[in-house]
Design a protein around this ligand. Structure first.
Ligand code: NAI
Length: 326
């Protein structure tokens, strides 16, 4: 039998947590033959800690064969101990009238503490996936605390955007989502992201050719994908939690599967014109122990202009938090 993989999850009593933990425990993330131990972390307040106990009771009640243990924590130093995967879902939501800069700084404090706790306590092979927003910059802040772990182990999630883009292209073309390929997200997980339809394929042919409507791709597809999160809040009265949890399952499973190419926000060393040191969405190919950035896509002037906008936003976020970067 395989050694269990330790998966630490912050914000485990939140909405995404509720849609996520049961799928990790059932084997959808790391495989149907891979035992897991869940190390669930919440803030040390009565409400969230009580809710966390409730979630653990339900996990017990599923009698998942692969779930070897559930451990509950209010201290990240203990919660990340020996963790192989650290899924950073919890963050402070944007309150009414709160400026983006204040959100960046408030969350920055959380991610400094968590980055440090991970670097000091997690397993040597630890990999980190940040979901809590603003996820690219939170990830950069956490990684800046790393002294032992390589910084490229810290990734942020743009997979929900990739999945949204694939679904929109399939719908427009009237094909199955499995017919859509080569659609990747560049830049920030925010409305400035660039969902690169210029290299996307439908049934192996260029998506632009199959759809035959450039105006739709530029003026409807891109804003629909970029503003999808807001559209879901408007419709549901709550933010997208199930699709976000699903995307995190995809993000981790594909990182753990050598050969898969998928969009992940990773530290830039200048690929595609991104500033060095920002965490930008790009296509990566998973390898046995990590990933390599796929640099072979040639961008046209339109794509370059879109990437420049999302890069500017990432650089601006970094400027806002520069005194927090270890
Ligand atoms: P939620 O508010 O339902 O749950 C968040 C949980 O995190 C709460 O239980 C809270 O107590 C906990 N938490 C807050 N600070 C913490 C800390 N320092 N340590 C441990 N736990 C902490 O929110 P939800 O819907 O689960 O979303 C979580 C985050 O994911 C939000 O920041 C949201 O913006 C982000 N998100 C990111 C997406 C992406 O594509 N990257 C997509 C959807 C959501």
């Amino acid at each position: 039998t395989k050694t269990p993989v330790r998966v630490a999850v912050t914000g485990a009593a939140g909405n995404i947590g509720y849609a996520l933990l049961f799928r990790i425990a059932s084997g959808e993330m790391l495989g149907k033959d891979q035992p897991v131990i869940l190390q669930l972390i919440e803030i040390p307040a009565e409400g969230p800690q009580k809710a966390l106990k409730g979630v653990a009771m339900e996990l017990d009640d599923c009698a998942f064969p692969l779930l070897q243990d559930i451990q509950l924590f209010d201290d990240p130093a203990k919660g990340f101990k020996d963790a192989n995967w650290c899924l950073l879902v919890g963050s402070k939501p944007r309150g009414p009238g709160m400026e983006r800069a204040d959100l960046l700084k408030d969350n920055g404090k959380i991610f400094i503490a968590q980055g440090k706790a991970i670097d000091e306590n997690a397993a040597d092979d630890a990999r980190i996936a940040v979901v809590g927003n603003p996820c690219n910059t939170n990830c950069m802040i956490a990684a800046s605390q790393a002294r032992r772990l390589p910084k490229d182990r810290f990734t942020a999630m743009v997979r929900l955007d990739q999945n949204r883009a694939a679904a929109q292209l399939a719908k427009k073309a009237g094909v199955a989502v499995t017919d859509v390929s080569d659609i990747y997200i560049y830049g920030n997980h925010s409305p400035t992201m660039f969902a690169d339809f210029t290299h996307a394929k439908i049934g192996g042919k260029p998506a632009a050719e199959v759809i035959g409507d450039e105006a739709w791709l530029k003026n409807e597809f891109l804003p629909t994908v970029g503003k999808r999160g807001a559209a879901i809040i408007e419709a549901r009265g709550q933010s997208s939690a199930a699709s976000a949890a699903n995307a995190l399952i995809d993000h981790v499973r594909d990182l753990a599967t050598p050969g898969v190419v998928h969009a992940v926000a990773v530290p830039s060393t200048g690929q595609y014109g991104f500033a060095e040191g920002v965490w930008a969405g790009m296509p990566v190919r998973s390898t046995a122990s990590g990933y390599e950035i796929v640099t072979s896509y040639e961008m046209d002037d339109f794509a370059k202009s879109k990437i420049a906008i999302t890069n500017d936003e990432l650089v601006g976020e970094r400027d806002t938090v520069k005194e927090m970067l270890g």
